[in-house]
Design a protein around this ligand. Structure first.
Ligand code: SF4
Ligand code: SF4
Length: 206
């Protein structure tokens, strides 16, 4: 090895150790999961979320467009008709059952793009790995917007109407008929939530 080659080797070593030294003093970017929170980009596609509207009703109207758009054929929907005394969604129908088989889902987002009511989006949930593959079939109740159904807040009449009718005999009726759309329950907490027994147990999709 001549002097020139020795110099090149020394320079290469110095560059390499320089990188090592710089990295040693850099703040680590390692995620500390599960000891620390995981940072997601806003557009991360995780476990789906089924949303409710401002009245607490389910946005899904069981149109099947998401199931038709799904390239993995992993969405299973059972539709049912809404009834005035038991309204679940704002449309004519609602999804009595809505399952997604995450052993098939490729998180492509086609279902989200095809939904006409923005009922389904990707959340940031990612802890899917189970010991039993059947546990990868998520039911509507697992994906429905977190928490209890929001309390239905009737629309308030304009102040002028409310003031004029405040003492009148028909004030309550007028306010009520303006506030509650025809066929909408006053409290979806009582009538807007499907009973667990109404939803079939998840089964593997064929
Ligand atoms: S993300 Fe893609 S594969 Fe998964 S359910 Fe939606 S359409 Fe199907
Ligand atoms: S999630 Fe959207 S596209 Fe799928 S059935 Fe419900 S309303 Fe239709």
């Amino acid at each position: 090895m001549n002097i020139g080659e020795m110099g090149k080797t020394a320079a290469a070593l110095a560059r390499g150790f320089g990188v090592t030294l710089r990295t040693m003093f850099r703040k680590p970017t390692t995620e500390l999961f599960p000891d620390g929170p995981v940072k997601f980009e806003a557009r991360y596609r995780g476990i789906h979320v089924l949303h409710r509207d401002e009245n607490g009703l389910e946005k899904c109207v069981a149109c099947f467009l998401c199931a038709a758009a799904c390239p993995a054929n992993c969405i299973y929907i059972e539709a049912a008709e809404n009834a005035a005394e038991n309204r679940i969604s704002a449309g004519d129908r609602y999804a009595k059952a809505y399952n997604i088989d995450y052993s098939r889902c490729i998180f492509c987002g086609y279902c989200v793009e095809s939904c006409p009511t923005d009922a389904i989006t990707h959340g940031h949930g990612f802890e899917l790995a189970p010991y039993n593959i059947n546990a990868l079939i998520y039911r509507k109740e697992q994906m429905l917007e977190a928490g209890a159904p929001k309390q239905f807040r009737p629309l308030q009449p304009p102040k002028s109407i409310g003031t004029r009718q405040a003492g009148g005999a028909g004030a309550g009726n007028t306010s009520s008929s303006r506030a509650v759309p025809k066929g909408t329950p006053e409290s979806p907490t009582a009538a807007g939530s499907p009973s667990a027994s109404a939803v079939p147990s998840p089964t593997r999709l064929s």
